[in-house]
Design a protein around this ligand. Sequence first.
Ligand code: PLP
Length: 456
Amino acid sequence: MKAIPKAALSGSLKDYRAQKNSGLMSRADSFFDWQELRRQHGLWPYARSTSSAPKPRSEIMTDAGEAGSGVNFASQDYLSLSSHPRIKAAATEAIEKYGVHSAGSAALLGNTANSLRLSAALSDFLGGREVVLYPTGWAAGYGAIQGFVRSDDHVVMDILAHSCLQAGATAATQNVYYVRHLDLDAVARRLANIRATDAKNGILVVTESLFSMHSDAPDLRALRNVCDAYGASLLVDCAHDFGCMGEGGLGRIGEQEMLGDIDIVIGSFSKTFASNGGFVAVKTRAAAEYLKYYSAPHTFSNALSPVQAATVLEALSIIRSDEGLMLRHKLRDNVNHLREAMARSGREVLGEPSPIVPVRVGGEALGRLASKHLSIFAGIANLVEFPAVPLGQSRFRFQVMAAHTAEDVEAMVAAFNGAMESALAELKQLEGGLGAQYPAAPEIEQAQLDGTWSGT
Ligand SMILES: Cc1ncc(COP(=O)(O)O)c(C=O)c1O
């Protein structure tokens, strides 16, 4: 076994971002050296590819070109719709009828018969809200904030909000205030401070209905009340729970009966609807029309293809059917099974039941070694480390699908337990050899203030 240098088990992506020298391109070199070191020791778990469909058992390839296979809890296909026969048929039919490309931005000639049908169907699902489609969920989150917020306005945002929301706010105004994760009092205090000196400009409060690194959720009713007290609007990004949670499939906003009370709803198709794409839903036709011409990724980026629109349309029809309900129940049972089995093995499972099951590992060195060993034990799951989560709180994020079987869940837990044992043994050996601890970094309660790498 090659000795692992300390640098491969320490440092983070954040270290290579804020470099100050005049070489815009050469700045990448030190990052690449560190990445290569990790890659050579099998410690770079990112940018893997699949060479089969994203199913419970998948074939993959690391970015160093090593093939692998195993039980897959790393794909975002919560209701297992990506290979559903009806969706494949709808996509094929769309190709035959319309070709593969929309060939324009939605502000020009990029809308298609399928995208119009999709907007109408989503609007119906969302109780009559006006829907604006985007090429990705990221573009929807970014575009909603950039489209509505102006430089004198204020954005008050949960510190763990997704990178698209942070980037949209930064593009729109310098008045961006991050508040502690899920801290309602902190939101209220910030709104009071803003209103104490500024009664005339707008305030947008930004949160998610399910946070994807922690699997937790805000009390949306309470947040709405706080917004109302200070004349603020509320934006909720429901990328991870829309379609796959709640009896009707409306996720947390449905469960909390909040659909009518949120000013701006953001959704992504990439987690449950088997396609790239996203949407913004607002309450009035005026707000939707405004967004279509002032929100850059809608106006100036090519529209969803007819194939993507047909895929999402068919997915939505399944999601709204009895089959959709059955798939959500299956997903929920798998989630509960995985959480219970992990807890039974003595693992710390974070957050609330959702398709994302975060399991805490701790220090970055242990996380990287565990990820390497997980492949050896034929388990596929994503390691998340700083700066996507706080330093010293690396974790695996198991993403559950409706098509997982009880055997898949048990196989994943066994693989993870094996990987953790091997990783702990290897770390101990390395520390002994070096006579020094690999830093299990101090716990800090704050992750990505500069929004470099927030969520996926
Ligand atoms: C909360 C949130 N918003 C937006 C996105 C972006 O969605 P997409 O991957 O569809 O661009 C994601 C997923 O990465 C997300 O987790």
